[in-house]
Design a protein around this ligand. Structure first.
Ligand code: PGA
Length: 252
């Protein structure tokens, strides 16, 4: 049975003080919630401090990227072991903003995923089409290529700790959300593709998040869809009240 995961992607927001303030409020409000998995992904500079606060709670910690080399002359990059030493358990890989602004490709996404797995970090692989691609009716073609690229060379066992996030680019930070049915259709497409690439078991176990303007007022409906297993949330994860409401969305 897949559990709902509510993950906050803070992007380039919150200094250390602000990060602690936010996570304290969230933690206090959700400490008794056991039916949801909860994750926050602060910027690198806040990871260690946030880890100290969440390590004995039900909130998990993730980073927003990693580099595939172990160490060396790669100014500005961060390694998997550095993230682990800061307390990370998860890492977001291939977010559309990385693909759009920082030259991320299918191949580099795959290298990062492999490094994460090798290091014991759980990768959250992001895929999704642009507005132009959706209007050109090639959403499935785009997502197919991104999934195949990200999973290239990965074994069935590797899939155990992978999470996929379907994030239509046109819905990120725009206030436009895919309808629950439209999102669910793409999630189903991804699940079927995983069945084709691996098997039914891998497909059924895979947690597939939806991302793109998830808000307290649309979350319950999205999370209730058969193939949507939670959300990767940007904007609304930066406000404690909103993120708390999202975590609780749809809980009876
Ligand atoms: P958003 O971002 O919730 O602000 O649309 C989602 C994401 O980019 O992960």
């Amino acid at each position: 049975m897949r559990r709902i995961l509510v993950a906050g992607n803070w992007k380039m927001n919150k200094d250390i003080r602000e990060s602690l303030e936010l996570v304290k409020k969230i933690s206090y409000a959700v400490n008794d919630i056991s039916v949801r998995d909860i994750l926050v992904c602060p910027p690198y500079t806040s990871l260690s401090a946030v880890h100290e606060l969440v390590k004995d709670t039900n909130i998990k910690l993730g980073a927003q990227n990693l580099f595939w080399e172990e160490s060396g002359a790669y100014t500005g990059e961060i390694s998997a072991s550095m993230l682990k030493s800061a307390g990370c358990e998860y890492v977001i890989i291939g977010h559309s903003e990385r693909r759009q602004y920082f030259g991320e490709t299918e191949e580099t996404v795959n290298k990062r995923v492999k490094k994460a797995l090798e290091s014991g970090l759980k990768p959250i692989i992001c895929v999704g089409e642009t507005l132009q691609e959706r209007e050109g009716s090639i959403t499935e073609k785009v997502v197919d290529k991104q999934i195949r690229g990200a999973f290239e060379g990965l074994s069935e066992a590797d899939c155990d700790t992978i999470i996929v996030a379907y994030e239509p680019v046109w819905a990120i930070g725009t206030g436009k959300t895919a309808t629950p049915d439209d999102a669910n259709n793409v999630h189903k497409f991804i699940r079927n593709l995983l069945k084709e690439l691996y098997n039914e078991n891998v497909a059924e176990k895979m947690v597939i998040l939806y991302g793109g303007s998830v808000k307290p007022d649309n979350a319950a409906e999205l999370f209730a869809m058969e193939d949507i297993d939670g959300g990767l949330v940007g904007g609304a994860s930066l406000k404690s009240d909103d993120f708390i409401a999202l975590i609780k969305a749809g809980i009876e």
